[in-house]
Design a protein around this ligand. Structure first.
Ligand code: GLU
Length: 405
């Protein structure tokens, strides 16, 4: 959503590269996607632009979700692919980064058409995918069912089972139970660790969540369970606010039956803009990119911003927030719970051996906690720069060791 995203993503790479004293040619190489794959998907006589961007694979196979959204552009998918490279590296996963997208509005599709788009995507790109090549997963408007169709199409074409080609699959097809809620869970773990560092009790923390899809809902649910007070949530149709606190599971029921969080009875209706400007402790943008920019950053009253979407704060927006003393816990750290759970799923697929759910949850928690603590050790700079310094350094070292510079 919005061109110029890839340039914004690269800005941070160049900044971190300079701080690390990396060679300019190396930084330049790291700024370029390795492969840009494009296709037109034909469904019921209509054609939809589709992309798979393989950004960097110095540390391992390309890894990253596939998004179905009407605003998907090549520029957006390039930015999302680059963010996956840094995210996987910061989490210490043996992956590079990639991302896919189809410019399509799934709200206008029947179930059958959604299946056709998913299968067409694989027919277009299957040669470039595989458990040791490039491993897709869900993202905005894609889910375990979409992964199931994609896996089925891939295995039919390849004539072999290869469950590790996709993560975020249904449990019946080699997925793991913790994956579906993992991005939200990881966000909750980061919020909990932040609260511990700041000596804040969960019950004293108020939270506003922008976006009530898979990520926002689960983050709110886990935070609520731990005692955080969720005072506002929103979706594309509107926002609700209650000083006493909302019950995320009941809000989800209202959304499922009434089509929007605004169908929840016991709350005041506010606008999405109002939600972003509430005086809460924790503002959690969990929807799309560029929600806080230089245009509205000075109106933000939250103490901390926890980025659970990818790219919700623009570079200009972040500059203003930091000047106002409002730390941003960056996407490449805060929303890495999803890809960390994907890694655990992929390991189990490759191994052919499946752990108990609780073991997977503990592993997820310890991986994201280690990444959080490592980023927090760098007291010289803001958290995004600290995270990029770690992520970029590891990728640069891998590229140097390979001699790919
Ligand atoms: N789409 C998620 C993200 O942006 C998860 C990616 C994955 O599991 O590969 O981090």
């Amino acid at each position: 959503m919005g061109d110029g995203l890839f340039e914004a993503a690269n800005k941070k790479l160049f900044e971190a590269g300079k701080l690390l004293g990396l060679d300019a040619d190396l930084i330049n190489t790291l700024s370029k996607p390795k492969n840009i794959l494009t296709a037109e998907l034909e469904v019921n006589g209509n054609s939809f632009p589709a992309f798979r961007i393989q950004h960097n694979d110095a540390r391992g196979p390309f890894k990253g979700g596939i998004r179905f959204h009407p605003h998907v552009t090549e520029d957006e998918v390039k930015a999302l692919a680059a963010w996956m490279t840094w995210k996987c590296s910061i989490a210490g996963l043996p992956y590079g980064g990639g991302k896919g997208g189809v410019s399509i509005d799934t709200k206008k599709l029947s179930e059958k058409e959604l299946e056709q788009v998913s299968r067409e995507y694989i027919r277009a790109f299957h040669k470039h995918l595989g458990p040791d090549k490039d491993i897709p997963a869900p993202d905005v408007a894609t889910n375990p069912q979409v992964m199931a169709w994609m896996l089925d199409e891939y295995e039919k074409i390849e004539q072999r089972h290869a469950p590790g080609t996709f993560t975020g699959k249904p449990v019946e097809l080699g997925g793991i139970a913790v994956r579906d809620s993992a991005t939200g869970y990881g966000g909750f773990v980061v919020a909990k660790l932040l609260a511990e560092r700041k000596n804040l009790k969960p019950s004293s923390i108020t939270v506003a969540v922008q976006g009530f899809g898979n990520v926002g809902y689960h983050a709110a649910r886990f935070m609520h369970k731990a005692g955080f007070r969720i005072v506002a949530v929103s979706d594309a149709k509107g926002a609700i606010h209650s000083n006493e606190g909302l019950q995320p599971e009941k809000v989800m029921q209202a959304k499922t039956t009434g089509g929007s969080v605004t169908a929840y009875p016991d709350a005041k209706h506010i606008t999405n803009e109002d939600l972003l400007e509430l005086g809460v402790d924790l503002l959690v943008p969990a929807a799309l990119e560029n929600q806080i920019t230089e245009k509205n950053a000075h109106n933000i009253n939250a103490r901390f911003i926890l980025e659970l979407a990818n790219g919700p704060v623009s570079p200009g927006g972040e500059k203003q927030l930091l000047a106002d003393g409002k730390p941003v816990i960056p996407d490449v750290l805060a929303n890495s719970g999803g890809v960390i759970a994907s890694y655990l799923e992929w390991v189990q697929n490759n191994y052919g051996y499946y752990w108990e759910d609780e073991e997977a949850r503990q592993k997820l928690e310890s991986v994201i906690a280690r990444a959080f603590n490592t980023v927090m050790e760098d007291s010289e700079t803001d958290l995004r720069t600290a995270a990029y310094k770690i992520g970029v350094k590891r990728v640069a070292n891998a590229a140097l060791l390979r001699g790919n510079t």
